[in-house]
Design a protein around this ligand. Sequence first.
Ligand code: PLP
Length: 394
Amino acid sequence: MINLANRVQTLTPSTTLAITAKANELKAKGVDVIGLGAGEPDYNTPENILAAAYASMKEGKTKYTPSGGLPALKKAIIDKLQRDQQLSYQPNEIMVGIGAKHVLYTLFQVLLNEGDEVIIPIPYWVSYPEQVKLAQGVPVYIEATASQEYKITAQQLREAITDRTKAIILNTPSNPTGMIYSKEELAELAEVCREFDVLIVSDEIYEKLIYGEASHTSVAELSEDAKNRTIIINGVSKSHSMTGWRIGYAAGDAAIIKAMTDLASHSTSNPTTTSQYAAIEAYNGTQEPVEEMRSAFESRLDTIFPKVAAIPGFKVLRPQGAFYLLPDVSEAAQKTGYSSVDDFATALLTEANVAVIPGSGFGSHSTIRLSYATSLEALEKAVGRIHEFVQSKW
Ligand code: PLP
């Protein structure tokens, strides 16, 4: 009998990946399942990026690189942060890793001691609590309700802070809510963090996917103090449709970045060399494909949002960014005879043949997450199926 390490005893697999696996299983059996579970853009990586990757391989750039990333990629990231956020960083304040997910994992490994608390707003991205626990940290949750647009307030933050609080995770635009913190809201949160000397982990991976009047502010832009206590997490996965390339980065305090880079030197050596050359082109090359993708998501949202809002028992806020809708479906679940939203989501898959992610994976038990990173045709069909399913059982 093999005894696994204590640290993985409570580890739960990602709900998002579990539903996708179940949907694929049904598809393999010939069932016409429409997947609204996707956490990635449905576009291929832009041509100029593919070409840059291929050219780098042909030039023989297929060897190890420095652990924290190629100097040219760090420079491209520094230029991006200057261009988009007017923030100035040095190369020793940037660490490139294997996707934002692994960068976050590395960050918590170097930051947390046993019992250190990390504040995580609910609804949260699935991996935050698990990553904090894997680093022996303790997640401390703050519930952000729909009535507060799924955003925490400075008062809530103040009440959640203890003498063990090390950091807070802010994710704006948010997965799964699609909400964006305004400059004023961020300033209030940053002020509380200054008062209690709390670090800010600012996950900005959906920065480029924003709609309507919304604009993205990084908390690090707000003041010198905010910049010094913020570690920005970002990458090319969502902005440039490069999820499979696995390139993300952290920007922040040089001592934290050095520790992360040292840890990477013993765990990953370096992010895939070809992917790094691709990411250089993603940041330095044309940004037109980014805008094309953004505007396609926006027009899908315009079409699909009223249809989702019209499903009986669905209450949904219009998201400002990312590519998810997070309707509260507790009334629909109850009226159609399900004792939980999890069961309702399972029935949507097995009876209506639409795969959605139950909000319980995000700490939000009354919601489901629908991704609109799929064709408009599939979206309309899927939402139609959900509507019919709810109506027929009501
Ligand atoms: N942060 C959030 C909020 C995400 O939704 C995701 C991907 O789903 C990530 C980080 C990880 O992105 P990457 O593909 O760069 O690891």
